[in-house]
Design a protein around this ligand. Structure first.
Ligand code: C2E
Ligand code: MG
Ligand code: MG
Ligand code: MG
Length: 281
C-alpha cells in the first residue's frame, strides 16, 4: 500500500491507484462535512443479562446516512476517520449523543433509570490529550451519572500499555468503567491483563458465531470465561444470534449478551418503541 509522504518519497501511481486515491479523498472530504451536515447518527443495541433476561443497557454504534450511498456502516469509515484524525471530533460527537440519549431515556421511560450506555473508543481517542476533561464535560453537560457510562476499547490499545492503564485508572476515578472489546482477536498479554483497570471483557463475535460448528471456538470461550472469573471480570458475549449459542453461554455462566437474537442495533426512535414493549428475553 502506497502512502504519500511528501517529495522525498517517490510513488509511482498506476491508474487504479489514482482512482483509489481520488475516491479516498472524496470520502474524507464527505466525512469531514458529515458532522456539520448532521449525516451521522447513532444506533442502539440492547445488552441483556443472561441470568435474568433483563435489559441492562445499550451499545451505541455510529452510522453514516450518506446522501448518495445510503446507510454506511462504521467498518467502512471508522478506519479512515482514525487514519485522518477525524475520529477525534467524530468520537466526541458520538459520546455526547449517546450520553444525552441515555439520560433522556432514564428521565422519560419507566424502568430505564439504572440502564447504562456503552460507547466505543478508538486507541487514538483514548490517548488524546484532554480526554478526561472531555468525558467530564460531556457527563456534566448531559447530566448522566458516570456510573452509567462504559467505554469499550479494543485489545490493540494494550500496545500502549502504560499510558492506557494510566488513563483508564483516571476514568475509573471519575466513575466511568471500561471493558475490552473483541476480546480474543488481538494479542493482549495475559500476564498484563490483571493490572488493567477494567471490569468486563467482550468475547468477539467470531467465536460466538462458530461455537455450534467447531470445537475450538467453544474451547476459546471456555478459556475466556475462566480467565475472566479468576480476574473478577464479567463477560459480555457479542453476536449472539441463536438460542443454542445463548444456552451454551448461559451454561458457561457468561453474564451478559448482545446480538440479533435479542435485537439488531436500532435508531433511537425504534429502540424507544422496543423499550416500551420489551419482549420476554
Ligand atoms: P463492535 O464494537 O465490536 O460492535 C459490534 C458489532 O457487531 C456491530 O457492528 C454490531 O452491529 C454487530 N452485531 C451485533 N450483534 C450482531 C449479531 O448478532 N450478528 C452479527 N453478525 N453482528 C452483530 P457495527 O455496528 O457495524 O460496528 C462495527 C465496529 O465499528 C464496532 O465493532 C466498533 O469497533 C466500530 N464502531 C462502531 N461505532 C463506533 C464509534 O462510535 N466509535 C468507534 N471508535 N468505533 C465504532
Ligand atoms: Mg463495541
Ligand atoms: Mg465488540
Ligand atoms: Mg466486534
Amino acid at each position: 500500500e502506497a502512502k504519500l509522504r511528501g517529495k522525498a518519497c517517490t510513488v509511482v501511481f498506476d491508474h487504479a491507484m489514482y482512482t483509489q486515491a481520488l475516491r479516498l479523498l472524496q470520502v474524507e472530504t464527505d466525512l469531514r462535512r458529515a458532522i456539520e451536515r448532521e449525516e451521522l447518527c447513532v444506533f442502539y443495541q440492547p445488552i441483556v443479562s443472561l441470568l435474568t433476561g433483563a435489559l441492562t443497557g445499550f451499545e451505541a454504534l455510529v452510522r453514516w446516512r450518506h446522501p448518495q450511498w445510503g446507510l454506511v456502516s462504521p467498518g467502512e469509515f471508522i478506519p479512515l476517520a482514525e487514519e485522518t484524525g477525524l475520529i477525534l471530533s467524530l468520537g466526541r460527537w458520538v459520546l455526547h449523543q449517546a450520553c444525552d440519549q441515555m439520560r433522556r431515556w432514564q428521565r422519560t421511560l419507566p424502568g430505564t433509570d439504572q440502564l447504562s450506555i456503552s460507547v466505543n473508543l478508538s486507541g487514538r481517542q483514548l490517548l488524546q490529550p484532554h480526554l478526561l476533561e472531555q468525558v467530564g464535560e460531556i457527563l456534566t453537560d448531559t447530566s448522566l451519572d458516570p456510573q452509567f457510562l462504559r467505554l469499550e476499547i479494543t485489545e490493540s490499545v494494550l500496545g500502549d500499555y502504560d499510558e492506557a492503564v494510566t488513563i483508564l485508572k483516571k476514568l475509573k476515578d471519575l466513575g466511568v468503567d471500561s471493558c475490552i472489546d473483541d476480546f480474543g482477536t488481538g494479542h493482549s498479554s495475559l500476564s498484563r491483563l490483571h493490572r488493567f483497570p477494567i471490569d468486563r471483557l467482550k468475547i468477539d463475535q467470531s467465536f460466538v458465531s462458530q461455537v455450534e460448528h467447531d470445537r475450538e471456538s467453544g474451547e476459546i470461550i471456555r478459556t475466556i470465561m475462566s480467565l475472566a472469573q479468576s480476574l473478577h471480570m464479567d463477560v459480555t458475549a457479542e453476536g449472539v444470534e441463536t438460542r443454542a449459542q445463548r444456552q451454551l453461554l448461559q451454561s458457561l455462566d457468561c453474564q451478559y449478551a448482545q446480538g440479533f437474537l435479542f435485537s439488531r442495533p436500532l435508531p433511537s426512535a425504534e429502540m424507544e418503541a422496543l423499550i416500551q414493549h420489551l419482549p420476554h428475553w
